[in-house]
Write a new protein. Structure first.
Length: 255
């Protein structure tokens, strides 16, 4: 059904990508399209007409177009699978090769499929890290928790301050037949569980707050541009991965 559905596109300078990405995710948790042209990043959100006013109030310039019949197929075509860290990560309408370890995430349920550069960079670092217990702060769809389970981490605890994210993580874990304990928790305020490895794919400011509060031995962080470097007292930078202008870092506790 396309009645009332519109495509809202916003353009932002590349240096504002992190901020714009976070705002767009709040406005359209079902996901959105991204493209880059020179020094500009375009975000396209498919929303009901009633949501346009909120987007216009958030971004200074927006372009609104009514979607044509068949837009759902075009939207699906945008969500392509990714192969990273020995895993296939993609939506349920795509198929991995026989024998591939798959992480299947429906972007219509929340927060994208996991093809975003920050997610792929985190998976790369997870694949190169020692296995053990894992805490996923800001779990979103649960894609990193599920990827960690596929890579051999466990037990896994996933937390988020959004109840929809917790519900979605539980559903996606069940669909992927992996065991994840998911619960509501604010990583910037609440007491954090102590596990061997922590992953936090959020934004730069929350990452810095989380780093100041963690007691884990290893933490993988992302959600910021490759020009950003989180302030991390008491942590040693062990490895950095950059993809398409975004970055992820693996920190180890200073001894």
């Amino acid at each position: 059904m396309t009645d009332g559905v519109v495509r809202v596109s916003v353009q932002v300078p590349l240096e504002r990508s992190e901020e714009a990405w976070a705002l767009a995710l709040d406005l359209s948790p079902g996901g959105f399209e991204e493209s880059e042209d020179g020094q500009t990043r375009t975000l396209s959100l498919y929303v009901d007409e009633g949501a346009v006013a909120s987007i216009e109030a958030t971004f200074p310039v927006v372009e609104v177009t009514r979607v044509e019949p068949g837009w759902e197929d075009a939207w699906r075509a945008f969500h392509k699978p990714a192969r990273v860290g020995g895993l296939w990560i993609g939506p349920p309408w795509e198929q991995p090769e026989p024998g591939e370890r798959a992480v299947v995430i429906d972007p219509g349920r929340a927060f994208g499929t996991g093809a975003h550069p920050t997610t792929r960079a985190c998976v790369e670092l997870l694949a190169r890290s020692a296995r053990g217990s894992l805490l996923d702060i800001g779990c979103g769809s649960g894609v990193l928790s599920i990827a960690a389970a596929r890579l051999g981490f466990g037990p896994i605890r996933a937390v988020d301050n959004d109840p929809v994210a917790v519900e979605t993580t539980i559903a996606n874990a069940a669909a992927n037949h992996v065991t994840i304990e998911a619960s509501l928790l604010d990583g910037e305020i609440d007491v954090l569980p102590v596990l061997e490895t922590t992953v936090a794919n959020v934004l730069l400011a929350p990452v810095e707050t989380i780093l100041s509060r963690l007691e884990s031995g290893i933490v993988i962080t992302s959600g910021y541009l490759d020009t950003d470097h989180p302030l991390a007292p008491d942590w040693r930078s062990a490895e950095r991965v950059t993809l398409d202008g975004w970055a992820a870092d693996r920190f180890e506790r200073e001894v």
